[in-house]
Structure formats: C-alpha cells, structure tokens
Write a protein that binds this ligand. Sequence first.
Ligand SMILES: NC(=O)CC[C@H](N)C(=O)O
Length: 203
Amino acid sequence: MSTPTVGVLALQGDVREHFAALAAAGAHTCAVRRPEELAAVDGLVVPGGESTTISKLAVAFGLMEPLRERVRAGMPAYGSCAGMILLADKILDASPVSAGGQEQETVGGIDMIVRRNAFGRQNESFEAPLDVKGVEGGPVEGVFIRAPWVESTGERAETLAVHDGHTVAVRQDALLATSFHPELTGDHRVHAMFVEMVRAAAA
Ligand SMILES: NC(=O)CC[C@H](N)C(=O)O
C-alpha cells in the first residue's frame, strides 16, 4: 500500500490541523464521525481538544465500541494531547471537579496511566524542544496546551520522549500518543512516523 487512508476522529478538536499534517506526510485523509467511516480507514488520528467532550460525543455517535474493537484488532492510532488521554487504559484527573465526578470513558489500548491537565492550565501552556525516539533530524518543538503527562507505563508501552522528568510520548505496537501537538508546528515528522506505522501495519 503506497498511500494509506488515515482518518481523523472529527467530533471536536483540532481536526483540520491533523488533516494538513497527514496530507503533508503522504496520507489520504478523511473525517471519521460514523462507524462506516471508521471501517474504511487504515489508521486513525484522535486530535487534541477536550477529551471529556470527545469521549461523550463518541458515545453519543455510537463510535466508542467500534473504536475499541478496531484498536483491539490492531488498527494503528495516534492521539495528540486529548487524543493521548483517549488512548490511555487509565486516566487520572488533576482536578477531579472538572470531570463532574463522572468516570470518563476512554477508547484505551495503551497500557499507561495518563494524568489530565498535569502540566497546568491554559496560561501555563508552553513550548519545549524534545528529542523523540524514532524522529530523525533534531528535536521536535513540543507545543503543550493544558497538556497531560504519562504517570506510568506498563511493560509493552515504550517511552519515546520525556520532558522535565515526565513521559510525554509513548508507543505501544501500532499505537502512538503524544502530550504535545506536532500538528500545530508545521513540522510533520511525527505524523510521518505515524503514516509509516500505518503502512507497516497494512503491509
Ligand atoms: N490541548 C489539549 O488537547 C488539552 C487536553 C485537555 N486538557 C483534556 O483533558 O482533554
């Protein structure tokens, strides 16, 4: 397969920016809002945004179970920021009140515990250069916006990047997650790595 089709979960969040980055990285792209659209993609990006909203909409659109099934069946998926939270097997909330006291559902797939909003609030957003394992050609500019960090990982999850002692990028088999937003930088190397993962899974 030379040009894989990578969907972007288009319920909420920075969907357009992921389309642009994926296209620049050599993928066909399409929006995923319905189970039929999910069934047609070779891989999926879960964008940054608000993970509680994305999660609620995924349930409302009848997508949560199909998402879990495809991830279990080995579909490559990449989550940035809120997307990282959605791909975590377990979530901790820095401010439990913001979750409305309700358990937040995730798609899961990566054996990790992710702490939401761990790097602080909107006005504590920041950028930092990161060495990301698997990305050649120098550091990636990490854009962190109300970003989560990975509190702990299970045996099968590999840490790809660390900032300030906290894991901020993880890969487990065909699943990739970053606390930061490479789709906002114009540097498409992380998306290129994911598109390669999609190609490899389909080969
Ligand atoms: N930039 C982001 O995606 C922020 C994620 C957001 N704090 C959440 O918990 O969903």
